[in-house]
Write a protein that binds this ligand. Structure first.
Ligand code: AMP
Ligand code: MG
Length: 489
């Protein structure tokens, strides 16, 4: 059964966040774009949300998701937040180009719907309020790639484009991504009200988040806001364990890009690792490597510390915040090794397995082994009992052989076939490598959207074989390492 379109049921747009009041943002309509066209759509998500497929095909939907038509009952708004960018207090930021269109009751629960790239807002500062086609396609594809890999993330319903020019380093064209999440509240929202000593608003925001997303904190022993900080620390630890295990670099882990729900949010210069290089920096603007792959877990903790600082006015003593943050340090490694153990096909992960994992990561780094190929080949090797394709990936074969001997002994008691099959459902064949996104973007810039759609299919079912698409599962070409992705989007 499909539900009525949102347009048939205007009250479905009312947003609980918008009802918090004018201190939290500014109501304003999106700025229309000329002659929009579809760039990509996510039928599975549309269906999951209960959207009528006929409506998703309509000009009205195209118009709504470009920001050219505000549906009855919707009251779009831009929210205000602040944050630390690259380790420095950046002051007031806010939705400079995103608009919360409203909220839907869906079979997936209440979901906020945002248009990113919908025009200037009071928080645009020097920006034009637009998003370019290139970065919109990257966000669309990556949020669904992450979702399919089981990583908590905001979702993307569609991308529309327009030939309206947008100036970045060169002239590009505009696009709008419609993204969907239970909430887009960031650490920076809390920092904003705390910094301005708006303690009533700070409390209202924290109570809102507890009521709707962390109800167990209301009942927790002690201070509920300390309980919230602990719960967010735990979710963030889970998120980071996913990122590190799938080889995802976010690229701009500023506190305004950290979701209070522990979701991956604000896809910018992200990258999935090709070679396993722990120090890899995916953001061309990050000259000091603050957000390098291996530093992400520590940066998340630093960001949680900022959140803790922001919540202090709601606590009785500083120690409550410090104690709450401690949970990150316990949960992150536990979750990381659980995920690495699953990638290794271990039915159960024991403390002794940490050494096995750490030794492996050291070998992968030493030989700069391709991350995705290693795990996929290891999965096939376990299933078939032939480890030569894994050995082919390494230079230091004696060191690998020593590790493999220990690994095979460790999984020796497990039956090979189901273990291999499980590993093939854990270690993807397809990830959104930079060069794949780049090829799809180049075609889309020439108005051929078929590569976006093909890639979308592959990364939406990343564990399937997809015969005929070996090229997209291959090693990156030489030019992949020359791709420079910066904050400019
Ligand atoms: P980001 O680095 O994308 O997380 O953006 C940081 C801040 O800059 C946020 O407040 C964004 O809304 C804002 N911003 C980024 N790009 C633009 C743009 N083109 N126009 C207006 N605001 C922008
Ligand atoms: Mg951002």
């Amino acid at each position: 059964m499909t539900l009525a379109t949102p347009l048939d049921a205007p009250t479905r747009w009312a947003s609980r966040f918008a009802a918090l009041g004018p201190a939290f943002g500014t109501a304003l309509p999106p700025t229309p774009l000329p002659a929009p066209y579809w760039v990509g759509r996510n039928p599975a998500l549309a269906q999951g949300l209960g959207l009528n497929p006929d409506w998703m095909d309509s000009d009205e939907a195209l118009s709504v998701f470009t920001g050219n038509h505000v549906p009855d009952g919707a009251r779009p708004m831009a929210s205000v937040y602040s944050g630390h960018q690259f380790g420095v207090w950046a002051g007031q930021l806010g939705d400079g180009r995103a608009l919360l269109l409203g909220e839907w009751d869906t079979p997936l629960g209440p979901q906020e719907v945002q248009l990113k790239g919908a025009g200037r807002t009071p928080y645009s500062r020097m920006g034009d309020g637009r998003a370019v086609l290139r970065s919109s396609i990257r966000e669309f594809l990556c949020s669904e790639a992450m979702h399919a890999l089981g990583v908590p993330t905001t979702r993307a319903l569609c991308v529309t484009g327009s030939d309206a020019p947008v100036r970045r380093e060169t002239m590009e064209t505009a696009a709008v991504v419609t993204r969907v999440a239970p909430s887009f509240i960031r650490f920076g929202h809390f920092e904003h009200f705390s910094h301005h000593d708006q303690h009533a608003e700070l409390r209202r925001l924290a109570d809102f988040v507890i009521e709707h997303f962390y109800p167990e904190c209301a009942q927790a022993q002690g201070n509920p806001y300390a309980a919230l900080l602990q719960a967010v620390s735990e979710r963030t630890a889970v998120l980071l364990s996913h990122w590190q295990a799938v080889g995802f670099c976010h690229g701009v882990m500023n506190t305004d890009n950290m979701s209070i729900l522990g979701l991956t949010i604000d896809y910018g210069p992200f990258q999935f690792l090709d070679a396993y290089v722990p120090g890899h920096i995916c953001n061309h603007s990050d000259s000091s490597g603050r957000y390098a792959y291996s530093r992400q877990p520590n940066i998340a903790y630093w960001n949680l510390f900022c959140l803790g600082q922001a919540l202090l006015p709601l606590m009785d003593e500083q120690q409550q915040a410090l104690d709450a943050l401690e949970s990150y340090k316990a949960v992150y490694p536990e979750q990381l090794f659980a995920r690495l153990g699953a990638k290794l096909g271990l039915a159960e992960v024991t403390p002794g397995d940490r050494e096995l994992c750490e030794n492996l990561l050291r070998l992968l780094a030493q030989d700069k082994v391709d991350h995705t190929h290693f795990w996929r080949r290891l999965s096939h090797a376990v299933a078939r009992g032939d480890f030569e394709p894994v050995r082919d990936l390494f230079l230091d074969r004696p060191a690998l052989d020593t590790w493999l001997a220990g690994y095979r002994e460790r999984i020796g008691g497990q039956s090979a076939e189901p273990t291999g099959t499980r590993m093939l459902q854990t270690n993807p064949k397809f990830v959104l490598r930079n060069h794949l996104g780049e090829l799809a973007i180049r075609a889309a810039q020439a108005k051929d959207f078929s590569a976006v759609s093909t890639l979308f299919t592959l990364i939406s079912q990343p564990f399937d074989e997809h015969p005929g698409h070996e090229e997209q599962a291959g090693f990156p070409p030489d030019w992949a390492s020359q791709i420079e992705i910066s904050c400019s989007s």
